[in-house]
Structures are given as structure tokens and as C-alpha cells.
Design a protein around this ligand. Structure first.
Ligand code: AMP
Length: 279
């Protein structure tokens, strides 16, 4: 597995692969890899000749009071995991390379960025869209693989690629969970065993909502309230939001008459967790 730290070297290598007819699949990450990231790699391998993974903790998507400084990082562990899973090239840029001196160009995906996490993390999706646009131009992928774990992010990136005529297919894969139902996340490293148990309520609330929907309940308010009640049991978890939205536009829904998504963000002690599932 090659490691490329420079954006310029990464881009010339990508252009060479393209010129020789190779298909490139791209898996962007912030590192501290887990099985969820590695499933994206498996899919990338099925879809292309060369798999590039980036590991870059992007400062512009973190708010001033968020966890940028303490986000878990372990490059040697990540490199071993990526290589074992068949990643061909690890792109590990630093911020001076991604954001050239004097940088002032940002990408904003308007409506999709406004609700849900956009309310509580102002500027987050602007940072995400900006870095992914830059990474796409550097890595030149034919296909990029993202997780539904970050569902709003996936929709923002798909919209950006469409609106800006980027020649890349943006694929979303279902959330990978622990056997317990806990959605895998690099940030689970912040959780104690007791907090992990509390976090199981997220997956249970999604299953409950899915059961109600399958049973014929169409009233979004009823399903959302039962989900919130489950989350609130015991009082150890604070709901930031629990919303059922149109799976494509992320607009609020009153009736389940089209593909929908339950999207959750909660705090357990000071630790923020997100999860979502289809309805
Ligand atoms: P991150 O390193 O957290 O920025 O995530 C990098 C990519 O992995 C994003 O596309 C995420 O949606 C995806 N991802 C993170 N956790 C999971 C998971 N549990 N299942 C599937 N994909 C995931």
C-alpha cells in the first residue's frame, strides 16, 4: 500500500491511473478506523481497480467548542487495517496542503445543510462539502463510497456532486453495527461501558419506529413520540433532536407516504452521538 502525503503527488498519481484506463474508487475518512469504514473499502474494491482511502481530520467541519483537538488519531493502526483490507493508496494530507495559504473558497449546499445537525453544528456541512470537493479534485475518483451512518452528510455530498457536475458516482452503504446494535463510530472510543449500554437506546428507538411503520402506523408524530419516550426512559440521555424526514429532501413529514428516515442526535453526558434508520 502506498502512502501519499502531498496533494500534488496524489493528484498526479490519480491522473496517471486515469490515463492508463484504471477506475478509481475513493473512501474519505477521518481515521481511527473500524469495521464500518472497512465495509466501505470492500464495496470500493468491487467497483474499481484502485482504492484510495484518505485519512484527514478536517478542521473546517468542527465548531470552536467541538472535539477537533481530541478526535482519536492513530495513523499506524489505521494504515495496518487499511492495508490488510486491500486499500491500494492511503492519502494523508495535512491542512496546509488541503487549504493553501489565503484559502477562501467554500462550497455550500443550501437547503440540505439547514436542518437536523445543521441547526446545532453551524458551518459543519459547509466544511464537509468544501473538503470533499477538494478531495474529489485531488483524488479524481470515478466512484466515492460513504456511509449512511452520516445520512445528512451523504445527501449533502450527493447533491453537491450533482449540482456541480462532478464526474463521480456517490454511493451510500448501510450503517454497520456492533452485535449489540450500537452503530460503529470512531467517537465510540469516548464512551465508557455504562455509556455504551445507554447508547443502545438509539438502535432500539430506530427498531421501534420501524416496527410501528411496518405495523401500518402512518402518523409521524405518533412514531416520533414513541421513539422519544424510549430514548427518555431513565433520564440518562439528552435528546438533541429526533426527527422523521423525507429520505431524499430531509424535509419534515407529517404522514409516512414516501421513503422516510428517522434521524437522531443525543448527548450521553458530554458525548454527542448520532444514528438513523429507514422507515
Ligand atoms: P468518519 O471517519 O467518521 O468521517 O467516516 C468516514 C466514512 O465512514 C463516512 O462516509 C461515514 O459515514 C462512514 N461510516 C462511519 N461509521 C460507519 C458505520 N458504522 N457504518 C457505515 N459507514 C460508516
Amino acid at each position: 500500500m502506498r502512502r501519499i502525503p502531498s496533494a500534488r503527488d496524489m493528484q498526479s498519481q490519480a491522473l496517471e491511473w486515469r490515463a492508463s484506463g484504471k477506475r478509481i474508487a475513493f473512501v474519505p475518512t477521518m481515521g481511527y478506523l473500524h469495521e464500518g469504514h472497512l465495509r466501505l473499502v470492500d464495496e470500493a474494491k468491487r467497483r474499481a481497480d484502485i482504492v484510495v482511502m484518505s485519512i484527514y481530520v478536517n478542521p473546517t467541519q468542527f465548531g470552536p467548542l467541538e472535539d477537533f483537538e481530541k478526535y482519536p488519531r492513530d495513523l499506524e493502526r489505521d494504515a495496518a487495517m487499511a492495508e490488510a483490507r486491500g486499500v491500494d493508496c492511503l492519502f494523508i494530507p495535512d491542512s496546509a496542503d488541503i487549504y493553501p495559504p489565503g484559502h477562501q473558497t467554500f462550497v455550500t449546499v443550501e437547503d440540505l445543510s439547514r436542518g437536523l445537525c445543521g441547526v446545532f453544528r453551524p458551518g459543519h456541512f459547509r466544511g464537509v462539502a468544501t473538503v470533499v470537493a477538494a478531495l474529489f479534485l485531488i483524488v479524481q475518483p470515478h466512484v466515492a463510497v460513504f456511509g449512511e451512518k452520516d445520512y445528512q452528510q451523504l445527501k449533502v455530498i450527493q447533491r453537491m456532486a450533482l449540482d456541480l457536475h462532478m464526474p463521480v458516482e456517490v454511493v451510500g452503504l448501510p450503517t454497520v453495527r456492533e452485535a449489540t446494535g450500537l452503530a460503529m463510530s470512531s467517537r465510540n472510543a469516548y464512551l465508557s461501558e455504562a455509556e455504551k449500554l445507554e447508547a443502545l437506546k438509539l438502535g432500539r428507538a430506530i427498531l421501534l419506529a420501524q416496527d410501528l411503520a411496518r405495523g401500518g402506523e402512518k402518523r409521524v408524530a405518533v412514531i416520533a413520540e414513541k421513539g422519544r419516550d424510549l430514548l427518555a426512559e431513565g433520564g440518562d440521555l439528552r435528546i438533541q433532536y429526533a426527527e422523521i424526514v423525507d429520505a431524499e429532501t430531509l424535509a419534515s413529514l407529517e404522514v409516512l407516504d414516501k421513503p422516510a428516515r428517522l434521524i437522531l442526535a443525543v448527548y450521553i453526558n458530554k458525548k454527542r452521538l448520532i444514528d438513523n434508520g429507514p422507515l
